[in-house]
Ligand binder design. Structure first.
Ligand code: NAD
Length: 471
């Protein structure tokens, strides 16, 4: 059984001061694959001290030096890509293709940061003044379990590009993937103390972080509930905050859309990453008169979405991440049935032949309304609610009638019409006739999906302070 590392401070993996342990269970079969000994407050205070000491020199490094570090981290991640895919599959349950894609993105995030640095003016003239963009200081980075290496990469790359030093708190439910990324950073040979990691209970580690006056910035990706707690706590020490939180994204199929491409894309938008994606398009708005045709294509598409052991190449959806996730998704499916939505595909329980592990049936509800619990709350599982609409205005109003605003999707044969609808949606990103990712354009949410943006120059600026010089 593996023993995962929870503490990396000042350039070394250390035995944690904390003693509490947690078994790491593979969602594929429910078997224990390793153990994590949690870092505690003492470990966290040491990590903060190391980051504080390293800041003195790191904030003065040149752009050329930072670019060199990014090249090295990128290369080290590529060297370990097979290990990362194995960990993402066994620890999290990702399908092979998804595991490869997401970990390759983690590597390219560091390469992309080189281009961001080459194009970003750290000094500019504004009217009669010179404005200098400076590193905020020590940054604490909190990341979730559903996109371990991707979330870590996007935050570390932006913080380092700005000249910040780091205390990383990855999810305690993905320690294997986090450890490999830290080993890549270690191998890249950054100065000691620039990147530190403490993994353990969020509330314990965050207490030490939030009380510290050495930490100047918190960048958090995770649930809205926890994000709000940290956001409130941050004010006491005036930490700058970026919050990347949950979503309940709308997908509007306009009445002129090609359903044979739009509906399979809509299924993919909801079921991606085993349905555990903040950007999941989990509310599908379809024109009332097209409902029968939509149902037929939904059934055809969902039937091809093979669920099973993600070690098999042809599997598109693995198990959900934990027993807790399994139970949560079952409760939502039960609530949908109870509220009167019709199960078009899937439903309660495990898929046939997958009795071990945390497999759920990808589920599609029709006859849902935007008021039902399944349409209002983030399920964080492969559950799609299909809601029919009578007019474009009604579709837009229902799409915007949500506590969240992370992503939205629009399909139409008329790009001008689709863009007009996109312009009326309250979401940080709108994808029109595509599921493409743009790693340089801002990513982040409206409303309860958070505040601040990641990626490209927008992500970099989250780690910078503006200083005006008037001479
Ligand atoms: P979570 O909020 O439970 O945990 C996120 C991180 O915060 C983890 O490192 C965790 O240990 C820590 N944490 C947990 N409780 C804490 C507390 N009381 N105080 C301080 N830290 C605490 O979220 P999760 O379950 O790991 O991730 C799923 C959520 O993340 C979903 O809501 C999803 O939508 C969201 N998410 C958002 C994005 C985005 O970019 N907007 C991306 C991925 C996931």
């Amino acid at each position: 059984m593996k023993s995962f590392q929870s503490v990396y401070i000042n350039g070394s993996f250390l035995k944690p001061h904390g003693t509490e342990t947690q078994d790491i269970i593979s969602p594929i079969n429910g078997e224990v694959i390793g153990r994590l000994t949690y870092a505690d407050e003492t470990d966290t205070q040491q990590a903060i001290a190391a980051a504080g000491a390293a800041l003195v020199n790191f904030q003065k490094t040149s752009i050329t030096e930072r670019k060199e570090y990014f090249k090295r981290i990128h290369d080290e991640i590529l060297k370990r890509i097979d290990d990362l895919i194995e960990a993402t599959t066994l620890e999290y349950g990702a399908a092979k293709d998804r595991a490869k894609w997401s970990n390759m993105i983690s590597a390219t995030t560091f390469q992309n940061q080189i281009a961001v640095l080459e194009n970003y003016p750290f000094e500019k003239t504004v009217n009669e003044s010179t404005v200098i963009m400076e590193a905020i200081g020590v940054a604490a980075l909190f990341t979730p379990w559903n996109s371990v290496s991707g979330s870590i990469a996007v935050k570390i790359a932006a913080a380092l590009a700005a000249g910040c030093t780091i205390v990383l708190k990855p999810s305690e439910f993905g320690p294997w993937q986090a450890q490999i990324i830290m080993e890549c950073i270690d191998a890249a040979g950054l100065p000691n103390g620039v990147v530190n990691m403490v993994n353990g209970r969020g509330d314990i580690i965050s207490r030490a972080i939030m009380e510290s006056t050495v930490v100047n910035k918190v960048s958090f990706t995770g649930s809205t509930v926890v994000g709000k707690i940290l956001g409130k706590q941050a004010i006491d020490t005036m930490k700058r905050v970026t919050l990347e939180l949950g979503g309940k994204s709308a997908n509007i199929i306009l009445d002129d859309a090609n359903l044979n491409t739009a509906i399979p894309m809509a299924v993919q938008a909801c079921f991606m990453n085993n349905g555990q994606a903040c950007i999941a398009g989990s509310r599908l708005f379809v024109p009332e008169e097209k409902l029968d045709e939509v149902k037929r294509i939904l059934l055809d598409t969902a039937a091809q979405f093979k669920v099973g052991d993600p070690s098999n190449e042809d599997v598109k959806m693995g198990p959900v991440a934990s027993q807790k996730q399994y139970d949560r998704i079952q409760q939502f499916i039960a609530a949908g049935i109870e509220d009167g939505a019709e199960v078009l595909f899937g439903g309660l329980g495990r898929p046939e032949g997958l009795e071990n592990g945390y497999y759920v049936k990808p589920t599609i509800f029709t006859g849902a309304t935007n008021e039902m619990q399944i349409a209002r709350e983030e399920i964080f599982g492969p559950v799609l609610s299909v809601i029919s609409y009578k007019s474009e205005e009604e579709a837009i109003a229902m799409a915007n009638d949500s506590d969240y605003g992370l992503m939205a999707y629009v399909s139409s044969a008329d790009i001008g019409r689709a863009k007009n609808v996109a312009g009326q949606l309250k979401a940080g990103r709108v994808l029109v006739n595509t599921l493409k990712h743009d790693p340089f354009a801002p990513f982040g949410g409206y409303k309860n999906s958070g505040f601040g943006r990641e990626n490209g120059s927008y992500g970099l600026e989250e780690f910078l302070e503006a200083k005006t010089l008037i001479a």
